[in-house]
Ligand binder design. Structure first.
Ligand SMILES: Nc1ncnc2c1ncn2[C@@H]1O[C@H](COP(=O)(O)OP(=O)(O)OP(=O)(O)O)[C@@H](O)[C@H]1O
Length: 368
């Protein structure tokens, strides 16, 4: 296991005209389980291939602890990589496929047998060990591929590129928790690429959110949900994503339309000049209140989704859509005007998509 440090690493496939990965400095810490989360085309596979050595970055250096591996080929990096689709020797048995990475590196026979049986047990492959891999369905073949990636205990890191795509949805949950179990056992550094927020949030110690070739935020799942540092994280994580509304800083007050919604609390005291901002608040924290309550923003209800355990109340503030998640059986009716309250500790301010502050309570000041 090693810390994997990227120093100014970036990649362009077209000679520098566009950057699939913008130059970044970032450390993957030894023995942590990371999810690398982002939409299609944001640079996840490019980043993974740079770590494994399948791709040489256009700029920057890569270190495994203090060893500069930028020019070291994949075979010299001691990385295990699992791809989206099975990579197996089809004519070999499941046992031999699992044993292959260990035999290749001349592990003692007894250790090979122990490791193969350990991984096989964890992944539910015991009954299939003697079966030829070609005879398995694609999902089972992928589980064997996963096993091959996890069988070596001494690797710098295990990189998993959307490894559960071809696996039956019902099995995914089980496999994800098995992966966590294996991670606890081996202490591998794991980087798990996915575009699925549920997969990322349920699997990782730390989620790294990539958008448009850049890391926009990294943190524990709860931190990304409760305290997004970038509008993209607000949208991408959560279902539905964070509400964003145009607002204005006037003096030390934040105003949506004509309504004061809170005092400005900048990340650095006194640093937020007046002018336009966007406020972000998750549907889970928007409160629908009586007309008299201050601060409140008038909104017209446009529809209600009855989800069973809860309701999603859709409304408009001027032209801007807002969703509030309420308990089941909301009395709101389409066409009615309601008042929305944005709790100060759950409402953030954004400029140029980056969080620049939050709300503080009005404490009786302002108008609603
Ligand atoms: N071999 C290549 N040649 C040219 N452009 C490429 C190549 N591989 C990737 N790209 C481009 O680089 C950008 C990042 O691609 P990458 O595959 O790393 O993203 P990703 O986040 O893994 O996407 P996905 O989730 O769809 O696999 C995309 O715009 C893609 O079109």
């Amino acid at each position: 296991m090693a810390d994997i440090r990227l120093e100014g690493v970036g990649h362009s496939y077209d000679g520098g005209q566009t950057w699939a990965l913008k130059p970044m400095t970032w450390t993957w810490q030894s023995a942590r389980a990371y999810a690398l989360l982002g939409p299609s085309g944001c640079g996840k596979t490019t980043l993974l291939n740079i770590i494994s050595g399948l791709l040489t970055p256009t700029v920057g250096r890569i270190f495994f602890d203090d060893r500069d591996v930028t020019d070291v080929p994949t075979s010299g990096r001691n990385i295990a990589q699992v791809f989206q689709f099975p990579v197996l020797y089809e004519e070999m048995s499941v046992y031999d496929n699992l044993a292959f990475p260990l035999r290749n590196r001349k592990y003692p026979k007894k250790e090979i047998d122990e490791r193969v049986r350990q991984v096989s047990r964890l992944l539910g492959l015991d009954q299939l060990l003697g079966r030829r891999s070609r005879r398995l369905d694609a999902g089972r073949q992928q589980i064997v591929s996963l096993g091959r990636g996890l069988v070596r205990s001494q690797v710098a890191a295990v990189l998993l590129d959307e490894p559960l795509t071809v696996v039956d949805p019902a099995l995914k949950w089980t496999l994800r928790s098995k992966l966590k179990e294996i991670h606890r056992d081996t202490g591998h550094t794991l980087v798990y690429v996915t575009h699925d927020q549920t997969e990322a949030l349920t699997f990782a110690d730390e989620v790294v959110v990539l958008n448009d070739g850049a890391i926009v935020q990294a943190g524990e799942p709860a931190e990304l949900f409760l305290s997004p540092a970038h509008e993209f994280v607000g949208h991408f994580i959560g279902s539905p994503g964070m509400n964003m509304l145009p607002a204005e800083i006037v003096g030390d007050v934040v105003r949506v339309g004509q309504a004061d919604v809170g005092l400005v609390a900048g990340l650095v005291a006194g640093e937020l000049p007046p002018g336009p901002v966007r406020i972000g608040v998750r549907p889970e924290f928007v409160e629908i209140t009586g007309a008299g309550r201050s601060p409140g923003v008038a909104a017209t209800v446009t529809g209600i989704d009855r989800m069973g355990a809860y309701d999603l109340v859709h409304a408009r503030v001027g032209e801007h859509p807002v969703i509030a998640r309420t308990g089941a059986g909301s009395p709101c009716r389409p066409g009615a005007v309601e008042f929305l309250h944005f709790p100060a500790d759950r409402t953030f301010l954004f400029r140029d998509e980056v969080r620049c502050g939050s709300l503080a309570p009005l404490n009786g000041r302002g108008t609603a």
